[in-house]
Design a protein around this ligand. Structure first.
Ligand SMILES: Nc1ncnc2c1ncn2[C@@H]1O[C@H](COP(=O)(O)OP(=O)(O)OP(=O)(O)O)[C@@H](O)[C@H]1O
Length: 256
């Protein structure tokens, strides 16, 4: 459904990455790994049509994103930002219904169908009990789940998530990754970035490695996340320890 075709991305004259080609089918979870400043967020902005490609194309269902109305893109692709800050004391239910914005006509208010979609998203994320809580008064982990629910309320076919587990405790990381896993059962494709390569084993079908602005690897986690590739990406020695079961492993840095 999403195709990056020999993509060069960056800001105006500044190239951040180039030569990126990949195809994301429906229901697949792709995990993007790369060092700080490696270009993950910039690539996401380009995939969302918020930054124009410097060269190459982003295709959504075979159509160049550049030629698609913003509203069509927003109905198909939802973005889940990091849940760092919360400024406005909306109820969680109200935050989630905001995910319907791309499906409302100008000046109209959310109707029963929009509230029902928000309700479904809250239930899917297992946070129905937070519905009436004030968004600024829930934890970071709960906020992250609420932001995923907001994205899902818009009934997208692709979710782009920028470090959805950043600043979450261990339990909430597992809950968020578990939810990501379940989305593919609903046919929703996910692209997410993380700074923990072990997360790729937990939730991803494929991993893309971004190094020096290039794709340094693309494939199944067990083949792509290795001590060699992690050394290349992060410049430190990393042990990748297989766990019993199918293709699972944990990653831990080896301290000198
Ligand atoms: N608005 C901007 N204008 C110009 N350069 C930018 C802008 N935002 C980021 N950059 C630069 O683009 C490069 C890639 O940044 P980006 O935020 O995409 O990396 P990242 O992989 O998401 O990093 P992190 O893991 O630290 O969040 C960096 O060199 C950064 O300084």
């Amino acid at each position: 459904m999403l195709e990056l075709e020999n993509l060069t991305f960056g800001y105006g004259p500044k190239t951040v990455g180039s030569g990126i080609s990949l195809t994301l089918p429906p229901g697949e979870t792709l995990c993007l790994l790369g060092p700080n400043g490696g270009g993950k967020t910039t690539l996401f902005k380009t995939m969302l049509g918020l930054l124009p490609p410097l060269a190459g194309r982003v295709l959504l269902d075979g159509t160049d994103l550049a030629g698609l109305p913003r509203r069509d893109i927003a109905q198909t692709i939802a973005y889940v930002p990091q849940a760092h800050a919360a400024f406005f004391p909306f109820r969680v239910r109200e935050v989630v219904v905001m995910g319907r914005a791309s499906r409302l006509s100008a000046f109209s208010s959310p109707g029963p169908a929009d509230h029902a979609a928000a309700e479904r998203a809250l239930t899917m994320l297992g946070i129905g009990h937070l519905s009436e809580r004030v968004y600024t008064e829930i934890s970071g982990g709960e906020r992250q789940l609420a932001l995923i629910a907001r994205a899902l309320a818009g009934e997208p076919r692709l979710l782009v998530m920028d470090e959805p587990t950043a600043s979450l405790d261990f339990g909430n990381q597992a809950r968020v990754l578990g939810q990501v896993r379940r989305l593919s059962a609903h046919g929703i494709a996910v692209v997410l970035s993380t700074h923990d390569p072990g997360h790729a084993f937990l939730c991803a079908d494929r991993v893309a490695l971004l190094h020096g602005g290039r794709l340094a690897g693309l494939g199944a986690p067990a083949e792509t996340v290795t001590p060699e590739t992690l050394q290349l990406l992060y410049g430190v020695e990393v042990a990748v320890v297989p766990l019993p079961g199918e293709g699972r492993a944990v990653c831990a840095p080896v301290l000198a």
